[in-house]
Design a protein around this ligand. Structure first.
Ligand SMILES: *[C@@H]1O[C@H](CO)[C@@H](O)[C@H](O)[C@H]1NC(C)=O
Ligand SMILES: *[C@@H]1O[C@H](CO)[C@@H](O)[C@H](O)[C@H]1NC(C)=O
Ligand SMILES: *[C@@H]1O[C@H](CO)[C@@H](O)[C@H](O)[C@H]1NC(C)=O
Ligand SMILES: *[C@@H]1O[C@H](CO)[C@@H](O)[C@H](O)[C@H]1NC(C)=O
Length: 489
């Protein structure tokens, strides 16, 4: 099976825009239904052994530009991108999963992990918190393995565990938690037994959309490693302390579970037995997916990110409204201390005179707009405009033909450009530095002058030119839109 045996540009356009989110997915655990794919045809993600790439792969990425110096041929370039940011990433993980604790005869217990214990799966797992009371502010205590007994009903491969501790950072692997894994029988001494499958997660900042979506994307990727998207699972936030975890995106958990999120500290002082548990991919791995992600340039459209986007929108029941001839442009002002658009009124009045555009200016402020409403607005936008900041993570939820304008990237060029590339939406940013006016030199709390810590005004002509480029892209790519729209003023 070689990706480069594929025709380059066969875009499979089988997604019914209006109908893809429907309640009939309840009971379907394959993950395809949410994507609007017929369950009667055997689709594949790309990592399965029996996936026929030319007929059944539901999405393929595209590359442009020279393959050199990264690889030699265009085919290799596509494959590289596929392994960095698409389902090839999942395939590479799957190929390294092996036993770290071997089942005993007639017992079902096991611990299987990928290399460096970044993902693990266990049956008949025991966590003994008898001697541990969570009395710390540290979320991911370094020596937790000394204080909590963790084991399972299987025979431990201690040498192998020791050899897989190369990436032991808290948000990089599960090695620090599982390095003292021991053989324990599961039975009469459990204070609590959790029957439902459990997912342990170590989460990044819940107040920042960029970081928190690294959590969600890696959870979705982990579900692919176990090949199950059932919501009848218990999500347990792995936290060795009791510090409050602020989560501004709580409504997203519904995508993954129909039960309330739990936290480890509820088990203080108890021996807890788990029938089945997954340790999901942490959000800040080396060569991780989306945080710290290396990416060959000029490749676009990861199937994994497209699937994540659709899966999320579908399970949150967010629908696309009937397509409109006008280009739906959403401009999101930050209204925070920095990176405001000083001449916003001037720019907005000008956009309002462009007939092809239906402009919505709206602040994504959680006090006035729920996150679900924000996603609904984003998904129903063709062009999404905002300044550099975590809110740009919304680009993951633009429709496939969408485009995003990071009005000014404050010299942080790669972050949202790369995110847009893997999601497969068109990315634009401010290019004319002489047509951009910072309010002052910026005030970083410790570093002094800094481009991210001031406000900007933008020259009107250059702004319009940029927006109209994005609008033209939409007119060429939005399905069923008449091609007779004029973008002149
Ligand atoms: C691959 O095999 C599985 C199990 O036999 C089957 O359910 C699935 O439909 C097959 N997939 C494809 C793409 O043929
Ligand atoms: C893992 O997959 C099995 C099906 O093979 C499923 O029953 C279970 O719920 C999944 N576990 C998790 C934690 O999602
Ligand atoms: C512009 O879009 C909004 C939805 O965002 C819609 O309610 C409104 O009717 C549209 N306006 C026009 C003139 O089409
Ligand atoms: C940027 O704008 C905000 C909101 O108007 C204001 O509070 C802040 O002081 C401005 N920053 C600078 C550097 O002037």
């Amino acid at each position: 099976m070689k990706l480069y045996q594929l025709a380059l540009i066969t875009v499979i356009s089988h997604f019914g825009i209006v109908s893809f989110a429907n309640s009939s997915c309840i009971g379907d655990d394959t993950g395809f239904c949410e994507l609007g794919l017929s369950v009667f045809q055997p689709w594949c993600w790309g990592y399965e052994a029996n996936c026929s790439f030319d007929e059944q792969l539901f999405n393929r990425p595209l590359c442009e530009g020279s393959p050199k110096p990264w690889v030699n041929t265009m085919e290799e370039k596509i494959e590289k991108f596929w392994r960095q940011a698409d389902f090839g990433y999942i395939q590479d993980f799957l190929s390294t999963i092996s036993d770290f604790c071997v089942p005993r005869k007639s017992h079902q217990g096991h611990l299987k992990c990928s290399t460096n214990m970044r993902y693990c799966h266990s049956r008949n797992l025991v966590l003994d918190f008898k001697e541990y009371n969570f009395d710390t502010r540290d979320r991911f205590l370094e020596d937790i393995a000394e204080r909590v007994v963790i084991g399972g009903d299987c025979i431990v491969e201690s040498d192998k565990i020791d050899m897989n501790g190369q990436q032991g950072g808290a948000l990089q692997s599960w090695h620090r938690e599982l390095r003292k894994f021991k053989t324990m029988s599961m039975g009469h001494n459990c204070d609590v037994t959790i029957e439902r499958p459990v997912v342990f997660m170590k989460l990044d900042a819940g107040v920042n959309m960029y970081h928190h979506f690294c959590d969600f994307v890696n959870l979705y990727a982990s579900q692919h490693l176990n090949r199950s998207f059932s919501r009848d699972v218990e999500l347990i936030r792995w936290d060795t302390g009791t510090l409050y975890y602020q989560d501004l995106f709580k409504s997203v958990w519904k995508v993954f579970t129909s039960h309330a999120i739990r936290s480890l500290s509820e088990f203080s002082g108890k021996i807890v037995c788990f029938k089945e548990a997954m340790f999901s991919l942490p959000p800040r791995m080396y060569y991780g997916l989306f945080y710290n992600m290396p990416l060959v340039p000029q490749c676009y459209g990861s199937g994994l990110m497209k699937a994540f986007s659709r899966h999320t929108l579908s399970r949150l029941n967010i629908k696309h409204r009937p397509l409109d001839k006008q280009v739906q442009v959403t401009l999101v002002p930050r209204n925070t201390k920095f990176r405001n658009i000083l001449n916003q009124e001037e720019l907005i009045s000008a956009l309002n005179t462009v007939g092809a555009i239906n402009l919505t200016v709206i602040e994504y402020n959680p006090r006035h707009m729920s996150f679900i409403q924000q996603l609904d607005q984003t998904y129903n936008s063709d062009v999404f405009i905002t300044m550099h900041g975590a809110g740009l993570t919304h680009l993951l939820f633009l429709p496939d033909w969408g485009s995003v304008i990071e009005l000014y990237n404050c010299d942080d060029a790669a972050c949202y450009r790369d995110l847009a590339a893997i999601r497969g939406v068109k990315y634009f940013t401010w290019e004319e530095s002489e047509a951009l006016f910072p309010q002052d030199e910026g005030h970083h709390p410790s570093l002094g002058a800094h481009k991210k810590f001031t406000n900007y005004s933008f020259k009107l002509e250059a702004f319009l030119k940029l927006v109209l480029k994005a609008v033209d892209y939409i007119i060429q790519h939005k399905p069923t839109v008449s091609h007779h729209i004029h973008t002149e003023l």
